[in-house]
Design a protein around this ligand. Sequence first.
Ligand code: PAF
Length: 283
Amino acid sequence: MQTVHDLAGLRAVARAWRRQGQRIALVPTMGNLHAGHFALVRRAQQCAPRVVASVFVNPTQFGPGEDYAHYPRTLEQDQAGLAALDCDLLFAPTVEVMYPYGIEHTLRVQVPQITEVLEGAHRPGHFDGVATVVAKLFAMVQPDYAVFGEKDWQQLQVVRRLVRDLGLPLEIVGLPTVREADGLALSSRNQYLDAGQRARAPLIHATLRWMRETAAQGHVHAAIERAAVARLQRAGLVPDYCAIRVADSLLPAAGDAHARLIALIAARLGRTRLIDNLPFAAA
Ligand code: PAF
């Protein structure tokens, strides 16, 4: 597997593939790769004969006081993991390659409405940073497919809207969340948890399942959300939200029996903020 850090290197490789009529699937990541990322790469390999994984810790999607400076950077380990999977190319650009005019003066991509709720409300500007860097990666790699994990459900919907609104010629593929045996969703941030926090973290998934079951029994969503918050608080977690929404719009469900719904939770365990979700059919 080749690694390139600049646009000239990326274009040379991608151009050669396209000349041979080979399609390209992109797996955008921030590195510190785990089994969840590797599942995305394997899914990308089913989509296209050539797979590019990008590793870039994107400064514009971190808010003040978030973990940008401390976000784990493990490029050599990531390279080895991707090579073992036969990934074709690792694109690991510098901040200067991604933001040639500097972060302050960069072009910004803003997806309205869906970015203002849930994660967007708790992390102002986060999705502007995600949409901006993802649009840049799409322009640079020009993939036919891009694969994203469903763990970041709202991000996946933001990216789908970005692609549709700009009429970009690629297909977005979502992959169900990869979990530990006890239900905890795989995340680079799990490594921040101490032993006691790690033991309590699966309660997030358990609460999502409880929300799904209670909704299926016909209980009012607002009451379920309040009870879910209380359940997490009793175990010492600090929830930002427990919500039941329409899965693709993330708006509150308006009683449409055919709507696909989703339960979503963001909660802190100590200084670590975890998110997870569970899609389900309306009762
Ligand atoms: O999900 C992530 O790892 C990041 O948000 C992404 C999509 C790579 C953009 O930086």
